[in-house]
Design a protein around this ligand. Structure first.
Ligand SMILES: [Fe+2]
Ligand SMILES: [Fe+2]
Length: 272
C-alpha cells in the first residue's frame, strides 16, 4: 500500500530541496536545519562527550518517531512486520532513555545542544513501507552500525569504559533492526517486483537531499570544526537523474546494485 505525498503545509524547503517538517519538540530543544549549525566537536573534551551523547540521544528519539509513524501509516502491513516495528519502538525508546541517563550522569541536560531532524525530514516523504525500510533501517541504521562500532573504540580509548560498553549494547540491537528490514525487503521484492521501484524511489529522495545538505569542502560548524568528517549519513554515490517512470526493471536493478542493494536484486531478478 502507499500514501499520497505530503501536502505543502507538511513540508519545508532547505537549500532548494523539500523535506518533511520537523516533529514536535519540547521547548528546551533548539532545532536547526543544517549540519553547520550543530555543535559537533572533533575531540573528546568534556563538552564534546556531552554533545556526542546528546546528539545520539536525539537520534534515537527520531528513530522511535520514524518507526512508530510507519506503524501508524501502514496499518495493513503484515502482522509479523508490524510486530518487528513495535519491538523496534521499544528498543529505540530504551536507547533514548539510556543515553539520556548517561548524559545526565556526565553533567549534561536535555536541550543543551542544537538538534536536527534530518532522518525524519527524509523518511516522512516516503510513501511506501519498502522505501522507509530501505532508507531508515537499511541505510541510516546500517550507517549507525558502523558508527557505533567506531564509537565503542573511541570511548574506550578516552578511558570511559562505561560509555564504550553502552555503545556495544546498542549495536547489538541495531544489527537486528537492519537484519529484519533486509529480510522483509527481500521477501517483499520476491512477492512483488514493484518493491524495487519503491526502494529506488526512496534512494533517489535520500540522494537528492543528502547532496543538497552536504557540507561544502572546508565548511566549518558553529564551534569552528571542519564538518566533512562529521556527516552522520554516508553520502551515496551519484546516480543518473532519470525519471523513475522511464526506468526498465534492468535499469532499476542496476541502480540498486550501485547503491549496495545487490543482494536484494539478486534474489528477485533473473540472472540472464
Ligand atoms: Fe537505536
Ligand atoms: Fe535502531
Amino acid at each position: 500500500m502507499s500514501l499520497s505525498s505530503p501536502s505543502a503545509d507538511k513540508t519545508k524547503t532547505i537549500r532548494g530541496v523539500t523535506l518533511h517538517r520537523d516533529p514536535a519538540r519540547e521547548a528546551c530543544f533548539s532545532v536547526v536545519e543544517l549540519h553547520k549549525d550543530l555543535h559537533d566537536y572533533d575531540d573528546m573534551s568534556d563538552i564534546s562527550r556531552r554533545q556526542r551523547l546528546h546528539r545520539h540521544m536525539h537520534n534515537e528519539m527520531q528513530t522511535l518517531e520514524i518507526v512508530a509513524q510507519s506503524l501508524a501509516d501502514f496499518p495493513n502491513a503484515p502482522w509479523e512486520l508490524r510486530m518487528q516495528l513495535a519491538r523496534q519502538c521499544w528498543d529505540e525508546s530504551r536507547h533514548s532513555a539510556i543515553l539520556y541517563r548517561r548524559l545526565r550522569e556526565m553533567g549534561g541536560r536535555k536541550g543543551e545542544f542544537p538538534v536536527m531532524n534530518y532522518e525524519w525530514g527524509v523518511t516522512q516523504l516516503l510513501d511506501s513501507m519498502a522505501a522507509r525500510l530501505a532508507v531508515q533501517n537499511r541505510t541510516f541504521e546500517g550507517g549507525e552500525m558502523d558508527l557505533l562500532r567506531q564509537q565503542n573504540g573511541m570511548w574506550s580509548v578516552a578511558g570511559d569504559d562505561q560509555t564504550a560498553e553502552l555503545m556495544d549494547a546498542l549495536l547489538a540491537d541495531e544489527v537486528q533492526h537492519v537484519r529484519y528490514a533486509n529480510r522483509w525487503l527481500k521477501q517483499m521484492a520476491r512477492e512483488n517486483p514493484r518493491t524495487l521501484l519503491q526502494v529506488a524511489t526512496g534512494i533517489q529522495v535520500l540522494q537528492k537531499i543528502t547532496a543538497a545538505l552536504a557540507p561544502e569542502p572546508g565548511e566549518v560548524n558553529a564551534v569552528g570544526v571542519n564538518l566533512t568528517e562529521f556527516t552522520h549519513v554516508e553520502v551515496l554515490t551519484n546516480v543518473d537523474d532519470r525519471k523513475l517512470a522511464e526506468f526498465t526493471e534492468r535499469e532499476i536493478a542496476e541502480l540498486l546494485r550501485k547503491e549496495g542493494f545487490g543482494s536484494l536484486v539478486a534474489s528477485s531478478t533473473p540472472s540472464t
